[in-house]
Design a protein around this ligand. Structure first.
Ligand code: PGA
Length: 242
């Protein structure tokens, strides 16, 4: 596991962007695993800028998002489909047909999970999987607990997660209670994982996940078992690593 701590936002964002663009420049048909949340927004903005400067093309890439809320219409402002379209896809040359996000409105969610896994299996492995981390150590919406699920599944959101995400909704009652998320097994199949962590408030969980025991109580700790993980942190998140 290679851990990099950046003094400023610029270094953090540019390094993350360089990982993505050098992959795409070497392998235009690359498969990218994408994440939502506030952490990767700077990266996506930089990728748009680099695309506009002619430094990278996404035209042959295929993307797979980690998760989606259950029950939000696709065009809801807080759906992860809307997030990805607004923050990245509509500003780059990607073929929207090649962008995949679990359907949180499927009539049969179990079937949707099976179909998403099948698609990952057919296209896989993902070349580069982006991840953020929740304050409770979740990756995707794989919340801490006695056990974790390997494949894509319907996952209840923990209260802490709903509270953290309430900032995007009119009230906590509007935050969905469930998600469809890729499982840790699917995440771990990626050839390379890039974990991005920003902010003082993530310092403790970052330290616990990357240096503490490997346990389902902290899903991100399983990344210690993956042979090719790069962790990019800002100074706040990396505070306890000094
Ligand atoms: P954040 O979310 O980037 O908004 O902090 C990360 C996550 O919950 O995985």
């Amino acid at each position: 596991m290679n851990i990099y701590i950046y003094e400023n936002e610029e270094g953090f964002v540019q390094s993350a962007a360089n990982q993505v663009t050098s992959l795409l420049n070497a392998k235009p048909y690359a498969k990218l695993g994408l994440a939502t949340g506030s952490t990767p927004i700077g990266l996506y903005t930089r990728l748009i800028e680099m695309h506009r400067k002619g430094l990278v093309s996404f035209s042959k890439a295929t993307t797979f998002n980690l998760d989606e809320y259950v029950g939000l219409p696709e065009n809801h402002p807080e759906s992860y489909r809307t997030f990805m379209n607004e923050k990245l896809f509509k500003h780059i040359d990607i073929n929207i047909e090649q962008t995949h996000i679990p359907n949180g409105n499927a009539a049969d969610l179990e079937e949707e999970c099976r179909a998403y896994d099948q698609m990952l299996e057919q296209h896989g492995p993902i070349d580069l999987q982006l991840l953020g981390i929740g304050h409770n150590g979740h990756i995707g919406f794989n919340e801490p607990g006695k056990s974790l699920t390997s494949g894509t599944h319907l996952a209840p959101l923990q209260e802490k997660t709903r509270q953290a995400n309430a900032r995007f909704f009119p009230s906590i009652d509007d935050v969905p209670t469930h998600s469809v998320t890729m499982g840790v097994g699917s995440i771990m199949k990626a050839n390379q994982i890039m974990l991005l962590i920003r902010g003082e408030d993530k310092a403790e969980i970052a330290h616990r996940a990357l240096t503490g025991p490997i346990t389902t109580d902290c899903p991100a700790s399983l990344l210690q078992c993956h042979p090719n993980v790069i962790v990019l942190m800002d100074q706040g998140a990396g505070r306890l690593f000094k």
